[in-house]
Design a protein around this ligand. Sequence first.
Ligand code: GDP
Length: 650
Amino acid sequence: CFHASLGPLARRRDEEMFGLKAPKKEKRVKKENRSQPPVEAPYVPPKPKRTAKSLPDRTIDIFEGMTIAELAKRTGTAISILRDILINVGEKFDSEFDPISIDIAELVAMEVGVNVRRLHSTEGAVLEPRPAVVTVMGHVDHGKTSLLDALRQTSVAAMEAGGITQHLGAFVVKMLSGASITFLDTPGHAAFSAMRARGAAVTDIVVLVVAADDGVMPQTLEAMSHAKAANVPIVVAINKCDKSTANPERVRIQLGSEGLLLEDMGGDVQVVEVSATGKLGLDKLEEALLLQAEIMDLKARVDGPAQAYVVEAKLDRGRGPLATAIVKAGTLVCGQYVVVGAEWGRIRAIRDMLGDIAEKAGPAMPIVIEGLRGLPMAGDDIVVVDSEERARMLSAGRKKKSEKDRLRKINEERIETLDASEEVSERVEMPFIVKADVQGTVQAVTDALKSLNSPQVFVNIVHVGVGPISQSDVDLAQACGACIVGFNVRNPPSSVTQAANRANITIRLHRVIYHLLEDMGNLIVEKAPGTLETQVAGEAQVLNIFEIKGRSKLKDEDVKIAGCRVIDGRFTKSSIMRLLRSGEVVFEGSCMSLKREKQDVDAVGKGNECGLVIKDCDDFKIGDIIQCLEQVKRKPKFVSSESGAVRIEC
Ligand code: GDP
């Protein structure tokens, strides 16, 4: 490659230096890039959607021991400014070539409004084999939950509402051979794709479940795109093979024609036929996953500070915020100070997925941690820091940055929606308060509601939270005229419901995301002002032309009357008339007179004849078509696609 700039070369050097690129494989896997495990995946904060108006979101790579001069170069900020920030956060500044810690580098970068990606060096570290982290994806009802159930011998499918998985948890399956596989419970609905996308960040392998009796469906394709975008290899599980209507061959052909290179067709994607409910082929699936993991040569650093990700978080009455996490590298130890997303805490307890206390947790081990001060979000990174002071500082810095980003985003969304609605005279705001059972769901519901934003109605999420709907939610809703949406939460106490009724506050509770969106979509449509639209209410053909000469003494003008027959719809006197000749518009004007058998009338129906005068129009010809135009108010529509995606169409 001959690059004109040194940029790509420098980037490659950095990546190699920090061990981000796995050493090149000699053979075995056809697609080399697929075999690279996302070990030591850097932390990338979720990016707000970019709009034409937004300043570009800049993300820079930072690492332990980088110099201030390096940071200044990457952030594009003067050293004098960085020096002031460093002194402000209590660091000393002797020379621009002083190394600084990765936490301080992040703090400084956030202060100048730049996102960071933390790079962790594996130089000199001992890498040990680790279990694969597997995500099960596929179309709704194809048996993801049943398959996970079968794999862990428990049954949660029956407890699910609406038959879709709505929580992101994790569990480990131990084999007889001693090997283990970590499974993430991923949600099955498109509205949860944000969470699923985050899940994929820690995922090594995707099990694509396809029902043998149903074949490839929209969410199957969506899951394939997710896996492809994350560069994660797929193992196909053709499920429901116990059914008499099962046709695994058809599924193979469909997947092949969608570009998935199946093993039987000479590719490298393994396919296993299973029955989740019949517990058939599960051993083959596990074997396939272990083989895929072996090909990928999954390894991680075990020693040193942990790098982990949150897969689910919830508030427990007795134990406070609980975060389900997967360690990616290093070891997380009880008692350590951590920063988790924008929250921080000291790990009070680590529990494994059976609820047993553990002193520490190594790579690919799903754990629940206690001791955080606030509730993190699914997808947040867990960073181990040296002290409480450092934890507080980093958490405060991240909170400040995310608040700034949030406000900027709201502003951009307002501008964006306003731009799109230039012809709309009126635009209303619909405030929502979202409450849900776990943080990940709050996020998913919020994201889904925002997809209902439209040029006519601005969906404003004024408050979100975990837990049941409370009196303070009702108070806030009253203050800003918001509708309260509860997802997977229990009914509010009657005092709260009564208070909401008195204040005329709408509370809607749902357990199935699609129902929630449909319900909210209809509320939004109701509230939308609608747009005025011109519609052809009737069509008439000119059969004859009559002329009445004006009386010159009274300065009356000559008048031309079109004698017509209404061939379609209705003609009303209050409407605008459009004259068409050979399909071309010749004239448009208001109706001056509408008569039927010499009588003035307000309307004439289809099949009837009438005399029509259009203001300032004397150019009628026999055979012309006259259209009667009416202004109608058109409300937006709630539209849902087969894949579950929804929107408001104006
Ligand atoms: P999900 O929406 O993908 O999580 O699908 P579920 O696991 O909830 O399964 C949807 C339906 O398919 C349930 O009624 C299951 O009992 C049924 N099902 C799942 N796996 C199998 C299977 O292997 N064979 C048969 N016959 N039915 C299955």
